[in-house]
Design a protein around this ligand. Structure first.
Ligand code: SF4
Length: 118
């Protein structure tokens, strides 16, 4: 069940993989050791810490039809409905995004957020 996000949480959510025009360029796409392409390496949890295959937003990226062996180019994968729906939801329905995205790309909760003090 999806958590209901507050207005502040939605405001804090800034997907680092998106430019203002929605292109997937801010963070590099990642290829897992098993040959699947993901919007960024934060979605890959080889240690099983995030139960990836129980995350309905991430699970479709591991469909065998999207495996690199079953596509001619990375663009073929990135242009798939799975990718387009995922990226579109980051923009248009952020409340439906993966808990990993909400954790890693929210200014309050991003444990990798770089902070500089002057
Ligand atoms: S964690 Fe999600 S929202 Fe953040 S950069 Fe990666 S794919 Fe994009």
């Amino acid at each position: 069940m999806k958590k209901t996000l507050t207005d502040q949480e939605l405001q804090n959510f800034r997907p680092k993989c998106l430019r203002p025009d929605g292109a997937n360029v801010g963070r590099s796409i990642a290829v897992t050791a098993t040959g699947f392409v993901l919007p960024c390496c934060w979605l890959d949890r080889p240690d099983g810490s995030e139960n990836l295959l129980e995350d309905e937003k991430i699970k479709p990226f591991f469909d065998k039809e999207l495996h690199i062996n079953n596509n001619k180019t990375i663009e073929d994968i990135v242009n798939s409905d799975t990718w387009q729906n995922f990226m579109g939801d980051l923009i248009n329905r952020p409340e439906m995004s993966s808990p990993i995205c909400l954790k890693m790309c929210s200014s309050e909760g991003n444990i990798h957020r770089r902070q500089e003090k002057w």
